[in-house]
Design a protein around this ligand. Structure first.
Ligand code: FES
Length: 642
């Protein structure tokens, strides 16, 4: 079906709000996108029967709605979560017991996610910097003869100098050992793989030599070594195209979920070597899978770029992490020289060069540097806030002239940890939420439209924002005790709100959010916002001076901008000024693989990144306390709604 034909108009009555959807979208999904509230406490899994709507016109298909009576079916009532639209249609919102007269919206025009920032290969070409750090050159050498008995190596170097203006090349013993045979295999026609220096004035290396012309087959790999997941990509260094990608759980998870546990493990006898081997095993599985998908052989991989936080990079290289976790938090090295990938335990050839992204400090690592490079903020005039939210929040602020960075501990709330019904972002996790302020009935949306199992990080943000927006909780995060609802009750951890009763869930208990959970959320968001304000203060600026925000990491891709501004996690900016870079380390890694010029800029950018230790800045605590409220105590930053 063409895009034109699959673009449908769905109108919600009585609100009269229309949305463009693609064929096959459920009514519940469309309502969520349109900012229309439909009761759905089971998360869209067909269990609660509360998402009744009446289809007034249009075609649709239904996946079975056992909760509907014969009479309801005759009246055109359907479950919004089970019904997929296949033509232009009009749908009237119904309440559980019948048709309601008023359209209820969530108070926002539509869901707004940060727009995706991608770098564009054409722009690298236009700027004349699309030249990989590892290149392949084809060269035809003059044959030796009675009057020309120059040595093979000298012949090769002289030809490269005369035909490509390549001077001062360093040739390795491995290349010398096979040079005689390779030169003669295709009558002195060879492909030479050359690695460029990262410093101006540095010397280039001849990494490999092959008989014949192989310049069209020059490939690179990029790896993001995350604490939880390792992602890899194979890219064509001639076109920049991603040919295959693969994600694997980091095998080190067996030794603890966070970086501190990994460092403790690495300090045990033999632990460091084991942690290095385990992550290499994970990478080798990903390499094998990507080679199978792309048909690219190991011999054709010329270079590899690796980005990870400082601990992950150290463990990958088996560098001691002991002082990363102890004050004053000193890593072994922030800059790492080019290495041979095979020496690191990777199933790649000796000629494959490994480039590891430099870090700024123990807690602002190569993954953040790669994200900053991928986002392009280091060469734009706008003052940009780059924010990577996880257990730790890494913050970079700056522009083409200066860069300041810091990290702060946000705790596990944004990854679904430390809250009563928290879970990782998997099937059944509430990831989106609104509430009907009239009867406090929730609209839960779960990942995979599976029965509610818990709350993930993005769901927690949506829940707190909606409860606050509808004054079900106050600025201090406490529930309004005056409200009457069977969903609000006193629990073991203070007042709580029942998001889904046990029978509406896929677990054997009610899924709730309580005041302790909200308090944990407030602490996490306050730490991040205080980090941003404090870092700005360190460079003599304030929130109002920010021109744009770039979000990184998985949370950034899911974050609802309005919700994040409602709770005071993000500063109030135009939504158009908020972007996300998806997987920043992979994006920065690709740029590093495709442009030696950008690789040089990485070094320059890291050298001008000033790192601040927030816990040692006296104002940080005050800023933290001020941010512990929804959205913030300083209403000059977050003006009250008119
Ligand atoms: S039955 Fe549709 S949301 Fe519960």
């Amino acid at each position: 079906m063409s895009d034109h034909l699959s673009s449908l108009k769905l109108t919600f009555l009585p609100a009269g709000r229309s949305i463009t959807i693609s064929a096959g979208t459920t009514i519940l999904e469309a309502a969520r996108e349109a900012g229309i509230h439909i009761n759905s406490s089971c998360g869209g899994s067909g269990l609660c029967g509360k998402c009744r709507v009446r289809i007034e016109s249009g075609e649709f298909s239904e996946e079975g709605s056992p909760r509907l009576s014969q009479k309801e079916r005759q009246e055109g009532i359907h479950l919004a979560c089970r019904t997929r639209i296949s033509s232009n249609a009009e749908v009237r919102i119904a309440a559980e017991a019948g048709i309601i007269s008023g359209g209820l919206t969530t108070g926002i025009k539509e869901r707004r996610k940060a727009s995706l920032y991608t770098f564009d290969i054409a722009s690298l070409q236009k700027a004349g910097v699309f030249r990989p750090p590892v290149e392949k050159l084809f060269i035809e050498l003059p044959r030796p003869g009675a009057h020309d008995n120059m040595a093979d190596a000298g012949r090769l170097l002289a030809s490269l100098a005369s035909q490509y203006d390549e001077h001062g090349l360093i040739i390795s013993l491995a290349v010398l050992r096979k040079l005689r045979r390779v030169l003669r295999e295709d009558d002195f026609r060879v492909t030479v793989t050359i690695a460029r220096p990262v410093r101006i004035g540095g010397r280039s290396y001849i990494l490999n030599i092959q008989p014949g012309n192989w310049t069209r087959r020059n490939y690179g790999m990029v790896f993001d070594i995350g604490t939880t997941t390792v992602y890899g990509q194979i890219i064509d260094l001639a076109s920049g195209e991603v040919l295959a990608e693969e994600g694997e759980y980091n095998g080190q998870i067996a030794y603890g979920e966070d970086v501190i546990s990994r460092m403790i493990q690495a300090e045990k006898p033999g632990g460091l070597q084991m942690m290095g081997e385990v992550v290499c095993e994970t990478m080798n599985r990903a390499i094998a899978a990507m080679q199978k998908k792309s048909g690219i052989s190991r011999e054709e991989i010329s270079s590899l770029t690796v980005a990870g936080n400082t601990t992950m990079s150290h463990l990958f290289l088996e560098l001691e992490t002991d002082n990363i976790r102890r004050s004053p938090y000193v890593p072994v090295s922030t800059f790492l020289p080019p290495m041979r990938a095979a020496d690191l335990g990777l199933d790649l050839q000796p000629h494959t060069v490994a480039l590891v992204f430099p870090a700024v400090s123990s807690y602002v690592g190569g993954d953040i540097v790669a994200g900053v490079m991928g986002s392009g903020m280091y060469r734009d005039p706008e003052i940009t806030l780059f924010l990577d939210i996880g257990t730790n929040a890494e913050i970079v602020i700056g522009n083409e002239e200066w860069l300041a960075c810091a990290a702060c501990s946000a705790g596990p709330a944004f990854e679904g940890g430390g809250i009563t019904c928290g879970m990782r972002a998997g099937n059944g996790a509430i990831s989106d939420f609104t509430v009907n302020p009239a009867d406090l009935e929730p609209m839960n949306t779960t990942i995979g439209n599976k029965p509610v199992a818990g709350i993930c990080g993005s769901g927690l943000l949506m829940i707190v924002a909606a409860l606050f927006r509808h004054r079900i909780i106050g600025p201090d995060g406490k529930f309004n005790r005056e409200l009457e609802s069977h969903r609000l009750r006193a629990g073991e951890n203070g007042f709580e709100f029942v998001l889904a009763f046990a029978e509406e869930t896929g677990v054997d208990h009610d899924v709730v959010i309580n005041e302790v959970d909200i308090d944990n959320f407030l602490r996490a968001k306050a730490a991040i916002f205080a980090g941003v304000v404090t870092l700005l203060e360190q460079v003599g600026l304030a929130i109002k001076d920010l021109d744009r925000v770039i979000l990184a990491g998985a949370f950034g891709s899911f974050i609802d901008i309005d919700a994040a501004m409602t709770v005071g996690l993000l500063p109030p900016l135009d939504a158009e000024k908020v972007m996300y870079v998806g997987n920043g380390p992979l994006m920065g890694g690709r740029m590093n693989e495709l442009s030696n010029h950008i690789r040089m800029e990485v070094v320059e950018a890291v050298n001008r990144m000033t790192s601040f230790e927030l816990s040692e800045v006296p104002n940080f605590k005050d800023n933290y306390l001020a941010a512990l409220f929804l959205p913030h105590t300083d209403r000059s930053i977050f003006p009250p709604d008119p």
